[in-house]
Ligand binder design. Structure first.
Ligand code: GLN
Length: 530
């Protein structure tokens, strides 16, 4: 039977609950256990797919095509396991499925209520994750902060799970803030005391406290928290601020976080193997060169919108021992600026994914600049679509080349709506999502990168390259180095005459791992740091 770790948050949001949950999972995996991860998001949206990146940051996509919270990206990067539809549960998902059952008559005349119907549904999602993954330990993070109205049904479900399975099979980790007060120069435990009191009011006694603080908590502070919160002193762990999140698992390990968990579960504390992670930390701490990569997009005011892209760039940097400094270029502003000045120190240009017409002009200008000045370029999804439009307009003289997404009456629809998308009315969950195969042409840059003819990558888009234009673009020097074997949809393009110009319709960033960077980011950073 699986064991369950629940990670809640207190005092404020943004304390690194996701990183804590991922670190726990990594440590348990490094002790030889099979782990699986799950996130509960209390909002009413069925998934974050319809939310603006400004609201929610990036939408992370799993191999099975589930649109999820960006924390799942951290999970996959830390534990290097593929997650799926059981890994991200929202209030919207829970209620939709309960209402569907009610309409079908499944509840046999009962009055459908939060307890037990909604809570049963939530509990089933936890048990389903354990069953389908076959994991020894499932780690579930609960979004939001204890005390939020919208997360109460989730918390109540966890209380019931503890009742059903007992303390040997369930464990509560509460991540809280221990703020530093300038002036008096002290760390303060009171907010944590209040948060734990609130949690107890909901019927849950945490087993471990993870206290986010700028420095290690002293013994006396831990004693005080132990007394007020009824948590053993050794179970009070500090999550010290770190510049690089990949340090966190090691910090938690040094405070025996994983041992405490395994002991509560009565599981063997196997020898740990953290070798590759320790090497990673060494690399991260000793990057001796720097390279400036310009990221040109329209959500540059909120870096979370490009979280996995930032991570993937860093990972490739680790491989090539360079620190990647991202220059954030707001494509809307670019339209009026001097590109030579903006890109003065830039060694590579990346145009990532995006939706809608705003800022497109600036992105196309940046792509043209990269192409003409022979600056390494990587285009992702929208970035590929725009690279093709730019090439068609400027190199092939198809001046009216455009995407139907920006102008649905355009005369030269180089980027068109996919056939299967034409009759879709609902916006949520209807993009081309998740893994699709891609056949790679031998003798291309792309083949050099992947060293394989058959790959699968994760997608999230509605529009596609229009194959009617393939021939003329090829004649002018663009190579279609990857296509989907079933649908013939273009997956990857490149310009061999250029130093390094590759763009793809999928999102390679989702598959990059800190200890194993993605081939397309690998070559992009390699060429940019030459
Ligand atoms: N807006 C484009 C499409 O829907 C690109 C999407 C993306 O970049 N993720 O096809």
């Amino acid at each position: 039977m699986a064991k369950y770790v629940f990670v809640t948050g207190g005092v404020v949001s943004g304390l690194g609950k996701g990183i804590t949950a991922s670190s726990i999972a990594l440590l348990l995996k490094s002790r030889g256990y099979k782990v699986f991860m799950q996130k509960f998001d209390p909002y009413i949206n069925v998934d974050p797919g319809t939310m603006s990146p400004y609201q929610h940051g990036e939408v992370f996509v799993t191999a099975d095509g589930t649109e999820t919270d960006l924390d799942l990206g951290h999970y996959e990067r830390f534990i290097d396991e593929e997650l799926n539809y059981t890994s991200n549960i929202t209030t919207g998902k829970v209620y939709s499925s309960v209402i569907e059952k009610e309409r079908r008559g499944d509840y046999l005349g009962a009055t459908v209520q939060i307890v037990p119907h909604i809570t049963n549904e939530i509990k089933n999602k936890v048990y389903e994750a354990a069953k389908t993954s076959g994991a020894d330990v499932v780690i579930t993070e609960i979004g939001g902060t204890i005390g939020d109205l919208e997360s109460q049904a989730f918390i109540e479900s966890l209380r019931q799970i503890r009742g059903e399975l007992g303390i040997d099979n369930t464990l509560f980790v509460h991540v809280t803030l221990v703020p530093y007060i300038y002036g008096s120069g002290e760390l303060k435990t009171k907010p944590t005391q209040h948060s734990v009191a609130e949690m107890r009011g909901l019927g849950i006694q945490p087993d471990i406290l993870v206290c986010r603080a700028p420095e290690m908590l002293s013994d006396s502070m831990r004693e005080k928290l132990a007394l007020y919160c009824s948590v053993p002193k050794e179970n009070i762990i500090t999550a010290k601020d770190e510049k690089n999140i990949y340090h966190i698992p090691i910090n938690l390990y040094e405070q025996k976080m994983d041992e405490i968990i395994l002991k509560q579960f009565g599981m063997k504390v196997n020898k740990i193997n953290l070798g590759s992670w320790e090497n990673l930390i060494k690399t991260v701490d000793n990057l001796n060169k720097e390279v400036e990569i310009a990221l040109v997009g329209k959500y540059t005011g909120l870096h979370d919108a490009y979280l996995s892209v930032m991570e993937a760039l860093s990972h490739a940097g680790y491989k090539h021992k360079v620190k990647v400094n991202i220059k954030w270029v707001d494509s809307e502003r670019l339209e009026n600026e001097n590109l030579d000045v903006v890109f003065k120190n830039t060694k590579g240009i990346i145009v990532p994914g995006g939706f809608g017409e705003r800022g497109i002009k600036g992105m196309i200008m940046a792509i043209k600049y990269a192409r003409e000045k022979n600056i390494p370029f990587l285009g992702i999804c929208l970035g590929m679509q725009l690279a093709v439009i730019e090439f068609a307009r400027d190199v092939c003289n198809i001046k009216k080349a455009d995407s139907v997404e920006f102008d649905n009456m355009c005369e030269e629809p180089i980027i068109d709506l996919m056939a299967e998308q034409k009759n879709i009315i609902n916006m949520g969950g209807t993009l081309r999502l998740g893994n699709y195969d891609c056949q790679i042409k031998r003798g291309t840059l792309t083949y050099d990168d992947y060293k394989s003819e058959k790959i699968a990558e994760r997608h999230r888009h509605r529009y596609e390259f229009n194959n009617k234009y393939k021939e003329v673009l090829e004649k002018n020097g663009m190579v279609f180095s990857g296509v989907n074997p079933e649908s013939d949809l273009v997956e990857i393009i490149e310009i061999p005459k250029h130093k390094h110009f590759i763009a793809c319709q999928f999102h390679p960033e989702f598959k990059s791992r800190p200890v194993r960077c993605h081939p397309l980011f690998d070559s992009f950073i390699r060429e940019s740091s030459k």
